[in-house]
Design a protein around this ligand. Structure first.
Ligand code: XMP
Length: 615
């Protein structure tokens, strides 16, 4: 039997990333829920326990079969997985001893096989609130971050565990650590080759669709372009119908570019719909008996996402029917990626994962269609960089293969809507001022945004920083953007003022909603950001319209990140990833759009603690 490594999913955001990295290291892997019976794991040569949103000391902690620790199989615990191992073997984990969300330096014991070949100082990604206080019996501490236990090891049991995440790219030598676990602790010898993804995908489309019709939603990004291209290879052209929906929340000139490019790919049945009014002004059923909308009146990020996701399907159904397709008898294809499902808290992908945000392609009505076997998702097992590889293998234009992602809800999740300001309470202000002291200039802004911390969703305050405008030391600011949320749990994102050296008065919140004018304002600001800042080293960049200002009603935040799988990301830094001149030019152009735009900020926060999008 082939050598295999089992991955037990405790609900972590990165479980699929672990699976993928293990396979890329040439070891066959399989994911199981953490509750799997030990019996099923006895033929595996290694077991990895993932991270997860729960706390081991909590009643809600996922149950596991204690027999897994009697199998004598080498193990690696990651984050929650380490805490579970530590508790199981008699150690103690305590809550909120020190929260760490972001990249930190750790000191590791290089005699431990996990760190073989590495130096003692390592940069790793931490994302946790709980920490090991008392070490488990038979384990030694093999890593430390300023007093917090970062890793443990039992040579006798061949069990290693790390508080950080070796599977993500922000842990610089994480791949070496995983390889050491697989090859030196588990002693895996075989090298497993990845199956040909394109052939297997085409085969599966043919088997499922047969001679039925498929309606594919094409947003213009690489994900849906790959789905459409695979469908065209698998099925007769006349059975593939592509629909591009312009919901009024697209980027400048985006829909024209997309439709031209899709025609070039050989799509003959392409329908473009301009349905801004429907998206902005309709009330819809977002789940059984629950109605919401219209979008133009909604301010809650999750509800906005659900409204947009639902209207996508309503519009698609109407369009299909006009094309003479029986929608209930056809397949719906979309470019869903694995992270979309993980972040949406899809129970089929992970029993314990926390919902970070509902992606437009995993709303209630899609889940029902998926349960009925009517949804084709060619990319559901892939991350963004894998989809790009497939795009290139399929011969798609480099402009599409390398295209920066644009989320389905488009500018809808970049207009930060507001009716009432989020004013910090006195104790938060007091804690903030104490921490700030003379370290930096900043205030808690009257708005919130979404983040991901310790595998959990957060919806917390924004911290605004200032001092030297575009000439700031952005590396220092990025470090502050990790330190501030770590010290102050009610903040998950920091943005630096780049349109001046300080706000010219108190920053006040103003009402903001989605409408044609605000979408237009953001579209122009977004164009200023992308046309000046985007380059091949940046993974995604865009503008966000903020409901606050001193003199004008609104402000704009610029965001640019570097990542390949989008599960973690670092903020792209002016002066390092793009020029300060480009930053200055973007700021000047944004300020010139409208007197309603007051300040311009640059978001310097990583993921975690923030997410890439603000909502
Ligand atoms: P976050 O904000 O979760 O984003 O860090 C990770 C990546 O996913 C994109 N994103 C979406 N893509 N539908 C999509 O197709 C969505 O609803 C959605 N929300 C976020 C985001 O732009 C980033 O590239």
């Amino acid at each position: 039997m082939a050598e295999r490594c089992a991955i037990l999913d405790c609900g972590g955001q990165y479980t699929k990333v672990i699976d993928r990295k293990v396979r890329e290291l040439g070891v066959k892997s399989e994911i199981f829920p953490i509750g799997v019976s030990a019996d099923k794991l006895k033929d595996f040569g290694g077991i990895i326990l993932s991270g997860g949103p729960a706390s081991v000391w909590n009643d809600g902690a996922p149950k596991y079969d204690h027999g897994i620790f009697e199998l004598g199989v080498p193990m690696l615990g990651i984050c929650y997985g380490m805490q579970l191992i530590n508790e199981h073997f008699g150690g103690k984990v305590i809550p909120h001893f020190k929260t760490e969300y972001g990249c930190v330096g750790v000191n590791v014991d290089t005699d431990c096989l996990l760190y073989d070949g590495l130096t003692a100082e390592q940069t790793v990604l931490m994302s946790h609130g709980d920490a090991v206080e008392v070490l488990a019996t038979g384990f030694v501490k093999t890593g430390d971050t300023e007093g917090v236990c970062a890793s443990i090891y039992s040579e006798d049991r061949r069990i290693a565990a790390v508080q950080f995440h070796p599977e993500v790219e922000l842990t610089e030598n994480g791949l070496i650590m995983l390889e050491n676990f697989l090859r030196k602790i588990c002693n895996f010898k075989e090298v497993y080759a990845l199956e040909d993804r394109i052939d297997s995908s085409i085969r599966s489309i043919k088997e499922r669709v047969k001679d039925k019709k498929v309606v594919v939603l094409v947003s213009g990004g690489v994900d849906s372009a790959v789905s459409a291209a695979l469908l065209l290879r698998a099925l007769p052209n006349e059975n593939v119908f592509a629909i591009h929906i312009d919901h009024g929340l697209m980027r400048k000139n985006e829909s024209d570019f997309i439709c031209e490019n899709l025609k070039k790919q050989g799509l003959t049945n392409l329908l473009r719909l301009n349905v801004e009014d429907k998206f902005f002004n309709t009330r819809v059923e977002i789940s059984d008996g629950v109605f919401a909308g219209p979008l133009s009146e909604e301010t809650r990020p999750e509800i906005k996402r659900q409204i947009i996701g639902r209207i996508f399907i309503d519009v698609t159904r109407e369009a299909a029917e006009k094309l003479g397709i029986d929608f209930d008898d056809a397949f719906l294809a979309q470019g869903t990626l694995r992270p979309d499902l993980i972040e949406s808290g899809n129970p089929d992908v992970s029993a314990y994962a926390n919902k970070i945000k509902t992606h437009h392609n995993d709303v209630d009505i899609i889940r029902k269609a998926r349960d009925a076997g009517r949804v084709i998702e060619t990319n559901w097992d892939w991350h963004k960089d894998e989809v790009r590889q497939v795009a290139r293998m399929l011969g798609l234009d480099e402009e599409i293969a390398a295209r920066q992602p644009f989320p389905g809800p488009g500018l809808g999740v970049r207009i930060i809507c507001l009716d009432e300001p989020s004013i910090p309470d006195d104790s938060q202000t007091e804690k903030f001022n104490k921490f700030k002291a003379d370290r930096f200039n900043g205030v808690i802004a009257p708005i919130k945004s979404v983040g991901v911390q310790g595998d959990n969703r957060s919806y917390s305050s924004l911290c605004v920083l200032w001092g030297e405008g575009c000439e700031a030391d952005f590396a220092k600011t990025a470090k502050l953007s990790t330190d501030i949320p770590n010290a102050l749990g009610f903040i998950n994102r920091c943005a630096y003022l780049v349109s001046g050296n300080k706000p010219e008065g108190e920053i006040k919140a103003h009402p903001l909603h989605i409408c044609h004018e605000t979408a237009e304002l953001l579209r122009e600001a977004d164009h200023c950001v992308t046309s000046n800042i985007m380059n091949s080293g940046i993974s995604q960049c865009f503008a966000v319209l903020l409901p606050m200002g001193v003199k004008g009603k609104y402000s704009v935040a610029m965001r640019a990140v570097v990542t390949s799988d989008f599960m973690t990301a670092r903020s792209a830094l002016p002066g390092r990833d793009f020029t300060v001149e480009a930053l200055k030019k973007a700021v000047a152009e944004i300020k010139a759009i409208s007197p309603d735009i007051d300040m311009v900020f640059y978001d310097t926060t990583g993921k975690p603690p923030a997410t890439v999008e603000w909502e």
